[in-house]
Design a protein around this ligand. Structure first.
Ligand code: NDP
Length: 250
């Protein structure tokens, strides 16, 4: 089911270099669409999730991104089955929205530990192999609200803007070794995360988005897959918005 050929024909007709790709949070939403896209392009794909499964054609490994030991075990399994991770997409994320006056320390810590600490733990484990291979693609899934700000999301927005500093520092540390590190900042995407918002709020958000709609997860996946491709080898430390114009490129 998983192709191990070095180069695969892309369904669109071009050629892509098949890579070992790890996506966190690949059992639903954006992560699931990312896995589908990478599988369709002929890559060897592993997803982590705390529950459930990634799409057909990928290896699903149970792991919690806040738990270093479970990530160590996940990496050992992925490396044994698919080889060293060449592309890592830190996608797993959560929200615990409320106004700052009501936000508990735990609401803050849990979101930061998952969205920021989880990205750090996942990326760190990929870098050894990337340095050895002198190739790597690190892609951190942030959010438009990381730089735009959002009332009721002090924890989430802080965790997402911090990913920009992480990608830029990784770029400075690892850029000379063929490794790129970029941030993708989606706007509102049709997933469980946005479905949880009250309808009135969804309509209000759409009024403020120049594209006047939410995006599909696949629209994020295409951009991430391109950033992981050979064509994007000279892009690093960038924040790529996929937000229908909401953040105006920040
Ligand atoms: P979903 O809520 O649909 O899915 C979240 C994913 O993250 C699930 O796979 C979940 O796994 C995983 N996850 C959460 N916590 C952990 C953890 N501790 N360890 C391992 N996996 C975990 O989210 P989306 O698909 O909507 O979002 C994906 C990413 O995109 C997130 O980082 C989010 O912040 C970002 N984003 C989303 C936007 C949107 O509009 N949807 C907009 C901008 C950014 P499990 O099911 O096992 O808990």
């Amino acid at each position: 089911m998983i192709s191990l050929k070095a180069r695969e024909a892309h369904p669109a007709g071009g050629k892509v270099t098949a890579r070992t790709v790890l996506i966190t949070g690949g059992n639903r939403g954006i992560g699931y669409a990312l896995a589908e896209e990478f599988v369709a392009q002929g890559h060897r794909v592993a997803v982590t999730a705390r529950s459930g499964e990634g799409p057909a054609g990928c290896l699903t490994v149970t792991a919690d991104v806040t738990d270093g030991a479970s990530l160590d075990a996940a990496y050992a399994l992925i490396e044994a089955q698919l080889g060293p991770v060449e592309v890592v997409v830190a996608n797993a994320g959560i929200t615990r929205d409320t106004l700052i006056m009501r936000m508990s320390d735990e609401d803050f810590d849990t979101v930061v530990d998952t969205n920021l600490g989880g990205a750090f733990k996942v990326v760190k484990r990929a870098t050894k192999g990337m340095l050895k291979a002198r190739f790597g693609r690190i892609i951190l899934i942030s959010s438009v609200v990381g730089l735009y700000g959002s009332a009721g999301q002090v924890n989430y927005s802080a965790s997402k803007s911090a990913l920009v500093g992480m990608a830029r520092s990784l770029t400075r540390e690892l850029g000379s070794r063929g490794i790129t590190a970029n941030v993708v900042a989606p706007g509102f995407i049709e997933t469980d995360m946005t479905a949880a918002l009250p309808e009135e709020q969804q309509a209000e958000y759409k009024r403020n988005i120049p594209a006047n709609r939410f995006a599909t997860p696949s629209e994020v996946a295409k951009v991430v897959a391109w950033l992981a491709s050979d064509d994007a080898g000279y892009i690093s430390g960038a924040v790529i918005p996929v937000d229908g114009g909401l953040g105006m490129g920040h």
